[in-house]
Design a protein around this ligand. Structure first.
Ligand code: MSP
Length: 512
């Protein structure tokens, strides 16, 4: 008989986009990264063998120009910015297993292998390109794409360029891509993004240029060192070079194909059309999944240096606390839709969900146990009225994380917090005499809180661990495994409870 412990855990490989080093980490980058992090943490909790990758995109004209403007060589410039991302992710408690920089040797080796594989397969050919280019996007546009003559994303003028380049024969892949998506109808979440991808492929795919010879900041083509690889060809390859493509076959085979590329809606075409075609050409499997997020807007606009609406996530941590900020990012907007960042929204979410619901539950429970149970926790009842809401919260939370819908997963978890607060309000243990009836209510509330801690831990890892310790649970929450750990009745009772300082003191809206 096979017991669960003998089963090999499912592997789960997830990636963030790699961020351009022309800008410092901002709220938009943090948004995508926190969502990816929480998803990776959730999958560790359900026992998957997780590999979570992030990194920086350091080649190409845009970086070359930014380095020129800063008066630095491109490598020195990238070296000055890349650590800012690593630091920011440290401060945001991001649990990546690897951080790739596209200027690393392992990446260069893998990109050249990928280029060579597509070339050997006859999908890369020399041709002349003339057309319109936006450096900020590092992408080509047709006349029809432009809005009032400008790039539709950056609203800036595009340049006319004419170059002899190598081209990837994307036009050969339309039917294969359509067939692949027909066979994998659930591979893009939220599902409405699939229509966009299919629509784009059906319009007819144009070959795209994959090399440059007008500047040198990039990876040389292995068969023609006068050309460097186009930055998007280089960048997309990070998802395989980081796991050993070209350098470590065993590791590559363990992790590939990726389970989810988490991306913003602005880079869907590169990830859902170009990238699977490049992989097919090289004889590799396409990704298993893509999770496409909307933008977190500020004042209705995408953050950018040009509009001057850039919000530094680290300032928000100083203000509202690390987990207050993480929770806001995850809970406020359904994944996929655009959200609008407002300071009022941040404080409002914090006060209602963290201060009034979770924080209040812990402090009520700890106060009553301290006063009426001599600080020693009672155990839960097997047939507690909270057992059913707990089971529902577990089921719904699991289902929503599986759909990559963090806001809905947290909503389901918070239902249990609300049910527990309501249960306390109905029973009013603060008015009751010490005794078995009061003990039963408090044991049930503690058990619900234990389950909440586990379910909420991917979103608010630090605070969940603090609550865990305050209710007397030993060890690390990250060592808990679902579904066993969230079955009703796991709280042992008979342990001392630590009330501690309020975890989420209420905040007032200040002029900020
Ligand atoms: N370097 C490329 C990605 C290469 S992946 C192989 C790139 N970098 S980026 O730094 O400009 O943006 C990376 C991601 O951050 C994009 O998916 C983008 O959508 C996301 N975000 C940047 N600003 C954002 C918001 N304001 N809101 C949400 N996501 C945002 O593109």
């Amino acid at each position: 008989m096979v017991t669960p412990s003998e089963n090999t855990p499912a592997k789960f490989y997830a990636t963030t986009p790699i961020y351009y080093v022309n800008a410092k980490p901002h709220l938009g980058h943090a948004y995508t990264t926190i969502i990816s992090d929480a998803l990776a943490r959730w999958h560790r909790l359900i026992g998957d063998d997780v590999h979570f990758l992030t990194g920086t995109d350091e080649h190409g004209l845009k970086i070359q120009q930014a380095a020129d403007a800063a008066g630095l060589a491109p490598q020195a410039f990238a070296d000055s910015i890349a650590p800012l991302f690593a630091e920011a992710w440290g401060k945001l408690n991001i649990s990546h297993d690897d951080f790739i920089r596209t200027t690393e040797q392992r990446h260069r080796v893998g990109v050249q292998k990928l280029l060579q594989a597509c070339y050997d397969n006859g999908d890369i050919e020399l041709d002349t390109y003339s057309g319109l280019y936006c450096v900020a996007c590092e992408a080509y546009f047709t006349e029809d794409d432009l809005v009032e003559g400008n790039c539709p994303i950056h609203k800036k003028p595009v340049e006319y360029v004419e170059e002899e380049n190598y081209f990837f024969r994307l036009s050969r892949y339309g039917d294969r891509l359509l067939q692949w998506y027909r066979d994998h109808p659930n591979s893009i979440v939220p599902d409405y993004r699939m229509n966009e991808v299919i629509g784009f492929i059906k319009q007819g795919l144009l070959d795209f240029s994959i090399s440059r010879n007008s500047f040198s900041w990039g990876i040389e083509l292995p068969w023609d060192d006068k050309h460097i690889a186009y930055v998007w060809f280089d960048a997309l390859a990070n998802y395989i070079t980081a796991i050993g493509y070209g350098t470590d076959d065993e590791m590559f085979n363990r992790h590939w194909p990726v389970d989810y590329h988490l991306i913003g809606k602005d880079i869907i075409r590169f990830h859902c059309v170009y990238w699977p075609a490049m992989l097919m050409s090289a004889g590799l499997e396409p990704p298993k999944g893509w999770a496409v997020g909307g933008w977190l807007l500020v004042g209705g606009e995408k953050m950018s240096k040009t509009t001057g609406n850039v919000v530094n996530p680290l300032d928000l941590i100083d203000d509202i606390g690390l987990d207050g900020f993480r929770y806001y990012v995850l809970a406020e907007t359904p994944y996929g839709a655009d959200g609008d960042f407002t300071y009022e929204g941040l404080i409002g979410r914090y006060n209602s969900d963290l201060a009034n619901n979770l924080g209040n539950l812990l402090s009520r429970v700890a106060t009553v146990v301290g006063k009426k149970c001599n600080g020693m926790s009672p155990a839960p009842l097997a047939d507690s009225p909270l057992a059913l809401p707990a089971a529902e919260a577990v089921r719904e939370t699991m289902a929503r994380w599986a759909d990559v819908q963090p806001s809905r997963a947290l909503e389901a978890t918070w239902q249990l917090i609300r049910a527990t607060n309501a249960y306390l309000e109905n029973n009013e243990p603060w008015k009751a005499e010490p005794g078995p009836a009061l003990d039963a209510v408090m044991g049930d509330a503690l058990e619900a809180l234990r389950i909440v801690c586990i379910l909420a831990s991917p979103a608010i890892p630090e605070t969940a661990q603090t609550i865990w310790e305050r209710i007397g649970m030993p060890g690390q929450i990250t060592d808990q495994r679902l579904p066993l750990a969230v079955a009703w009745g796991g709280y042992p009772g008979g342990i001392s409870i630590d009330k501690g300082e309020p975890l989420f003191p209420r905040r007032k809206l200040t002029e900020n």
